[in-house]
Design a protein. Structure first.
Length: 339
């Protein structure tokens, strides 16, 4: 009977998770996923990949990835991009795949202040294999007996195809930036049941930060000493989707070429239940060739615990195609964390 209850709890939790978007800890290393207004925000050409493995110690882990490419055309003040993302839950083999095209337009307010507006149109595929799922109608509540086989009595479509759209605004200046985005403007259908309708709620996100320039250090490259950039960056990302809301708040310290960061994910929420989810620790490296590498680990501070879940691992790789005259322009742009 206890196993049956655990199965029911898992299925309920799984439904809630897949009704919400994947949360990336390195959200600024996943810029187009965060806000389509980041398309072309480097003023150059950029490509990146993100990978997240959540709760690896559980039989029901969640794996997600994104890959993106964007380019800025200075002649028309516009950015163009492509983003591909996917997520898979191992227990029911439920998967999500999305491919989107993005566009942004940059408005120059002054020499060092800009506003960008961006939009994204996507095609979304949701798939599920229900041969391992036990529905509530198959359970005898008194005895815990399972009637039939997993997947029996399911009436519905295991494939959902839909269109979606996202939009956002981004401001950035010499030291500060602020963005707002709205995802799932079309609120696509996500229910697999034939007699049920359940639309994905829109997600609202507010994000921003401020960079403090610290005293420079020295790097000895065996031939001469060069200035070592040192900065402290503060940032936040607030998300609200349906009945859920959450805040990522933290800071990173950059001492060229290394990055150390720490973040908190949790409150606020409209529910009375505690919402302290994780502490996030980041280690990154920022190379002058235009390559940024990042690894982060989510340490659970919720009742889920580290032992039962295994936390979450996340990796990011980003490459910006740099010419010699463009390096200073890119690395002095405050709208980006160093990882």
């Amino acid at each position: 009977m206890r196993k049956v209850r655990l199965l029911l709890l898992f299925l309920i939790g799984n439904t809630a998770l897949f009704a919400q978007d994947i949360q990336y800890s390195q959200y600024y290393a996943n810029p187009i996923y965060l806000n389509p207004a980041f398309t072309g925000s480097t003023g150059l050409t950029r490509a990146g990949v993100n990978f997240r493995n959540q709760w690896p110690a559980m039989d029901a882990s969640f794996v997600a990835y994104t890959a993106y490419f964007d380019h800025y055309d200075e002649r028309i003040n516009s950015g163009f991009g492509l983003i591909i993302q996917g997520a898979q839950e191992s227990f029911t083999q439920t998967s999500l795949n999305e491919i989107g095209l993005t566009y942004s337009y940059r408005l120059k307010l002054s020499e060092k202040n800009y506003v960008q507006a961006g939009v994204q149109g996507s095609f979304v595929a949701r798939d599920a294999l229900f041969d391992r799922v036990i529905l509530g109608t198959q359970l005898n509540i008194d005895t815990g007996q399972i009637l039939g086989e997993p997947g029996d009595s399911f009436e519905g479509d295991s494939q959902i195809r839909s269109a979606d759209a996202h939009a956002g605004l981004l401001y950035y200046g010499e030291k500060a930036w602020f963005g707002v985005s709205v995802s799932h403007l079309l609120e696509p259908e996500i229910s697999y049941l034939a007699d049920d309708t359940n639309q994905l709620p829109m997600k609202y996100s507010l994000h921003g930060g401020y960079r403090l320039n610290l005293a420079a250090g020295d790097i000895n490259d065996f031939f001469n000493n060069t200035d070592q950039e040192r900065t402290l960056t503060l940032g936040f990302n607030y998300k609200k989707q349906g009945g859920f809301s959450q805040l990522d708040l933290g800071a990173e310290f950059f001492f060229e070429p290394l990055v150390l960061g720490m973040w908190y994910r949790g409150l606020p929420t409209k529910y009375t239940l505690p919402n302290n989810e994780a502490l996030i620790f980041l280690l990154g490296i920022n190379l002058s060739a235009g390559i940024d590498l990042g690894y982060s680990f989510d340490y659970p501070i919720s009742k889920l615990g580290l032992g039962s879940s295994g936390g979450a691992h996340e990796m990011s790789v980003r490459y910006v195609f740099l010419s010699k005259h463009a390096k200073q322009r890119y690395y002095s742009n405050p709208a980006f964390f160093k990882y």
